[in-house]
Design a protein around this ligand. Structure first.
Ligand code: ZN
Length: 341
């Protein structure tokens, strides 16, 4: 009854890249790196299938970081001379590339791993791309001088790649927009419009993931300042409810997000975060089923997908594998428990 999916990223094996880092260095180069990325992608497809997941992803094994993995393939960006910039409203500093000229795709961005994943799973395949607003917040602008203009330029490029991914056989294309939880007014003003531009013309399922970030220290400290009720979703959910995007992924378990905010999503499918990515503790099936049960007060059960709060990239491989299993076991328990609801 309840299907299961992950938000997107999974840890990279220690032979592929540095572990437990957001911007890990690769351990190979050239053809060897490509081979290692392919091996890691296959390994995680198998692990997700073995865990019993319904929706399979590539685990983002072929990209160093969820934003820069896309941006690397864009012309008009100086990737060599990175600058330090406070991102997510100065929550933390990052080394970011600079936009220095009109943006254009160099070619396909994710064909290799998307086609590989498609060839190796018969299950539904989800592929993630960064959302335009989050990209704009993770690069330094030396050219456009206007956030919205630059976001729309990125949205056009995302759209080109998304349409190509659809042609590769991807079933669900998800845009990751953690920035929606940081710039709430702007998200409602133009963030959702940019997102729709990125998804224009897609006939596959479309999704957006909005979270409170990876389980890294800067994010965990930020969350402590948000008070006992996190109402960030309140502004963007009504705008998303009116949009063409079909699925919304939100953070839930161990968060202070009021469950009733999900009702603002009206008839969207909701990927309810039932797995905490900021804790190494493995959720019990009961905890997962309880979270699903609480979501059912505000979302019809047919529209609930059990999901992780965010990507699992900075975690250890063992913890991530155990969390995938907990996700599936919990969704099964919820399916039995709420069969007659
Ligand atoms: Zn996330």
């Amino acid at each position: 009854m309840f299907t299961t999916a992950i938000a997107g990223s999974l840890p990279k094996p220690e032979w592929l890249a540095e572990t437990q880092k957001l911007w890990p260095e690769w351990k190979f180069a050239g053809d060897s790196l490509l081979r290692a990325k392919a091996d890691a992608t296959l390994l995680w497809i198998k692990a997700q299938e073995d865990a019993g997941m319904d929706v399979i992803g590539d685990g983002e094994q072929a990209r160093q970081h969820f934003v820069h993995g896309f941006v690397e393939q864009v012309e008009g960006i100086d990737f060599v001379n990175k600058v330090t910039m406070g991102i997510r409203n100065n929550r933390y500093d990052a080394q970011v590339p600079q936009v220095i000229a009109p943006l254009r795709l160099k070619g396909r961005v994710h064909a290799f791993e998307a086609q590989l994943a498609r060839a190796h799973t018969k299950k539904k395949l989800k592929f993630t791309l960064p959302g335009p607003m989050t990209i704009v917040d993770t690069v330094a602008d030396r050219f456009y001088g206007d956030k919205v203009k630059m976001a729309m330029a990125f949205a056009e490029l995302l759209n080109q790649e998304a349409l190509a991914l659809q042609a590769d056989g991807v079933d669900i294309i998800q845009f990751d927009e953690p920035a929606f939880n940081v710039y709430m007014d702007e998200a409602a003003d133009w963030g959702v419009a940019a997102l729709e531009r990125a998804a224009q013309g897609l006939t596959c399922t479309t999704a957006v993931h909005i979270c409170y970030g990876y389980g890294i220290e800067a994010n965990n400290n930020w969350k402590k300042t948000l008070g006992h009720e996190w109402r960030q979703y309140e502004k963007v959910f009504p705008a998303l409810a009116k949009s063409s995007i079909q699925q919304v992924s939100l953070e839930c378990f161990h968060s202070q997000v009021p469950m009733d905010l999900m009702a603002l999503l009206k008839d969207k499918d909701v990927m309810v975060g039932v797995i905490d990515v900021a804790s190494e503790t493995i959720e019990t099936p009961e905890e997962v089923a309880d979270t699903i049960g609480r979501a059912m007060q505000f979302v019809p059960k047919a529209r609930i997908i059990a999901c992780t709060n965010c990507g699992l990239a900075p975690m250890s491989r063992e913890v991530a594998e155990a969390k995938l299993k907990a996700l599936v076991d919990g969704a099964k328990l919820a399916s039995q428990r709420y069969a007659s609801n």
